[in-house]
Design a protein. Structure first.
Length: 98
């Protein structure tokens, strides 16, 4: 399903309201599935995007241990952890119906 996505954190730290307003949301197709191959070394729910490009070129990192934290009629927040340069950081995606 297509959403306008904003990442709410930068390396685990919440972005300010000014930062969020200044960013243009990405228009992406989101899916959540269970995967047994993750950097966590165990099975995990993984939120990922589908963009039609080559594998490994995702515009945003995948979320591991992903869960829908809150949901409204036209939006939801997915939380989890993302891997950046071998380090796991807390992350949330604000996904608005496009």
């Amino acid at each position: 399903m297509m959403f306008r996505i904003q990442r709410l954190r930068e390396k685990g730290r919440p972005k300010s309201k000014a930062q969020l307003k200044a960013e243009t949301p990405l228009r992406l197709d989101v899916s959540i599935r269970v995967s047994s191959e993750t950097p966590l070394g165990r099975s995990s729910r993984v939120a990922s995007i589908h963009h039609g490009g080559p594998a490994g070129t995702d515009p945003i990192p995948r979320l591991y241990d992903a869960e829908v934290n809150s949901m409204a009629p036209l939006a939801m927040i997915i939380t989890g952890v993302e891997e950046i340069d071998g380090v796991m950081y807390s992350q949330s995606w604000w996904c608005k119906i496009d």
